[in-house]
Design a protein. Sequence first.
Length: 169
Amino acid sequence: MAQLDYVLQAFSAYVDGFPKLGSGERIQTPMFKKAMEKFRGGGMLAEREISMGYQAYTLEVNLSEYDPQVLSQCGLFSRKDLPLSVRGHFDGDSNTSHTGVLTCRGEFKEINPDAWEPSKKAGIKTVATLQALKLKIDDKLIYEIDIPNGVYVFGDEDAGARVRASIGF
C-alpha cells in the first residue's frame, strides 16, 4: 500500500520579508517546462524536439486580503529582485513532520485585485517572474536555480557548473 509522507497541511507566504500568515489562499509553485525547438535535418525521416533550456519560471500567490504592501509592489520601475518565499508544513502516514522552504527572487508581472462587492472579501492574485529559486525540504536541497549567475543545481548534480566550465565563467 502506498504511504503518503509529504502531504501539505499548512503554508505561509512572505512578500519582501513580510509574512502573509493566514491570508494565503493558494500558491502555485514554479513549473519546470523545457523550451523545445523542432528540428529535422537532412536524411531524418521525422522531426524531433531539442531541449533549449527551460521556459521562464513563475510563482503565483493568491491572497485573501486587499493588501496594500503587495499592491504597491507592481510599479513600472518596481524592484527586479523582490524576495518572495513560501514555508510549508508537511505531514503524512508515518506521523513525521517535514518543513518545505521555497525562496525566490524576482518581480511581480501581474497583480490582479479581486472585484469589490458588498459583504464579500476582496483579495489579490499575483504572478511573479523569477530570476532565482531554491527549494529545501527538511534542510535537504531539492533544487537551486539562479539564472543571472548560471546556477542550476538539482539534488546533488550541478548542471550549471558544466556549462560555466565550458564557457570559462
